[in-house]
Design a protein around this ligand. Structure first.
Ligand code: ZN
Length: 157
């Protein structure tokens, strides 16, 4: 199963993430971790989501030991790569990426427009700026130049 444990990340990532998390807390934004390490079969199953029929996606999810998803969930993509920095294996046993979301009662943790600290700025943009300030790579810039995956950070190199 995919991990949510920060200790499954490389030490440099742990240090930078904790520092960023402190800086977020200082401006009233609280975070929670949704994923750190993933196996390659989990990554493949995630990549198929939104790109293949539900039957194929759920077959891959069973192989990876993930819960099956619904037709509605199969209408969108959740990852943009099969070579994710989350993937761990025998030679790279620790994740180089973290997926996070907002943490506040009654808030959708992935709401990109949420403003939980009430300063009229989208929290995700403030968090992203902080993540970059500690040297982490934030999100993924798509071919269209638009930043996607705003709940993802990874080591820069
Ligand atoms: Zn990620």
């Amino acid at each position: 199963m995919a991990s949510r444990n920060l200790n499954d990340c490389v030490p440099e990532l742990i240090a930078k993430y904790i520092l960023a998390e402190e800086k977020c807390r200082a401006i009233g934004i609280f975070l929670q971790i949704f994923c750190t390490a993933r196996t390659v079969s989990e990554q493949v199953a995630l990549w198929l989501q939104g790109r293949r029929p539900l039957e194929s996606v759920n077959a891959a999810r069973r192989v990876a030991g993930l819960k099956e998803i619904t037709e509605a969930e199969n209408r969108y993509c959740v990852t943009w790569t099969t070579k994710s920095a989350h993937i761990v294996d025998a030679t790279n046993p620790l994740s180089r990426a973290i997926d996070f979301g907002l943490k506040k009662q009654g808030i959708n943790p992935w709401d990109l427009k949420a403003d939980t600290n009430g300063d009229n700025e989208a929290d995700f943009d403030q968090v992203g700026e902080i993540m970059e300030s500690v040297g982490l790579k934030w999100g993924v810039i798509g071919a269209d130049g638009v930043r996607k995956d705003k709940g993802h950070v990874q080591l820069a190199s």
